[in-house]
Write a protein that binds this ligand. Structure first.
Ligand code: HPA
Ligand code: ZN
Length: 349
């Protein structure tokens, strides 16, 4: 774990948030979880950068400084930490280095395919050259040991006008690995309905659509995301409060990109035991296991599967979740060498 936690975060992690403390780790079981071929579909490049890599990017940073600026107590604090890391990235080479390190970590977790989210909205907000940065990332991703595609993310609280150039760039980069457009950030300050038009433009340009929703806001936020055409929901855990919404997600086979440790660390759930993952699954809602921002949350993908096992999933069910992660990819199966195209679009768990 790279980042130092506050007292409150340590207490949360002790309740299961870091996931692997209370019980002895069964090494062989973890190895089995690592070995299952799987996809990571909700993963922010900028949230994956470990302190050592940040120091390579900016050697003037001390570990103490990194710890100081990446400490947080709640979701708002997490967003500030996330922006702080983003601001350290100044050149295309910085982004490419972050990707090089992430791709190795993913391969070591048994990830065969990743859809990595790039905070393109933040890059434009920083006034940087998105074309040069994405060019470096695309080149780097083609050297990676796993298959990688990209989701371009705009920032909800920056508003819909700021999202439009993100969509335009993403649409023009479909031949170079960009598969989807999404929105993240503060769902309370930037409601999905304000993005209806940009989502329509993205869809018409051939981009797939995902949307962080129901993470810090209630089920109505997930409903808004569905109303503007989201095909997957980032987090979506508030759906547990709304039976009819769960039915809709089940019937339309819209998966929730679940990130248990993320939700514990940002304080949107009280503990991993309180996380609705298992209840959503039992209600037939398609669920996917992800890390979100593994460096900032101190988690790994195999660790998240282990956490799911502790929340009641059998090993056979975990294998099913891994298969679902590949099935719900936005790219065609040939992007990751799978032959399972007949599974595409079939319902979740
Ligand atoms: N939610 C909202 N904004 C974010 C996230 C997230 O999970 N990760 C990085 N920015
Ligand atoms: Zn996220």
């Amino acid at each position: 774990m790279g980042f130092v936690k506050s007292g409150a975060q340590q207490r949360a992690a002790g309740a299961g948030g870091g996931g692997l403390r209370e019980e002895m780790i069964d090494g062989q079981r973890l190895v089995r979880l690592v070995r299952i071929p799987k996809a990571e579909l909700h993963l922010h490049l900028e949230g994956s950068i470990e302190p050592g890599t940040l120091r390579e990017i900016d050697p003037s940073l001390s570990l103490a400084e990194i710890e100081e600026y990446t400490k947080y107590e709640d979701f708002a604090g997490f967003l500030r930490a996330y922006v702080w890391v983003n601001k350290r990235l100044q050149t295309p080479e910085h982004y490419a280095l972050a990707l090089r390190r992430l791709a190795l970590t993913l391969a070591a977790q048994g990830v065969v395919y990743a859809e990595i989210t790039l905070s393109a909205g933040v890059i434009l907000w920083k006034g940087q050259d998105l074309d040069a940065i994405y060019g470096a990332l695309w080149e780097e991703s083609q050297r990676a040991p796993i298959a990688i595609r990209w989701i371009f993310d705009a920032v909800r609280q920056f508003g819909a006008e700021a999202a439009r150039p993100v969509v335009e760039f993403a649409a023009g980069a479909r031949e170079r690995g960009v598969v989807a457009f999404g929105i993240g950030g503060d769902e309370v300050r930037g409601p999905a309905r304000e993005f209806a038009e940009v989502f329509r433009e993205a869809r018409e340009a051939g981009l797939r659509l995902t949307c962080h929703a129901g993470e810090t806001a209630g089920p109505e936020s997930v409903r808004e995301a569905l109303a503007i055409g989201a095909e997957r929901i980032g987090h979506g855990i508030a759906a547990i409060e709304d039976e009819a919404l769960m039915t809709e997600l089940r019937e339309r086979a819209i998966p929730l990109e679940i990130c248990v440790t993320s939700n514990v660390r940002t304080g949107v759930v009280a503990s991993s035991e309180a996380h609705p993952l298992r209840r959503l699954y039992e209600a037939g809602v398609p669920v996917l296991i992800n890390t979100d921002d593994p460096a900032l949350f101190g988690c790994t993908l195999a660790g998240e599967y282990e956490l799911a096992r502790r929340l009641g999933f059998s090993e056979a069910e975990l294998e099913e979740l891994a298969k679902a992660s590949l099935r719900f990819a936005f790219a065609e199966p040939d992007a990751y060498g799978a032959s399972g195209s007949e599974q595409a679009g079939s319902s979740g768990p």
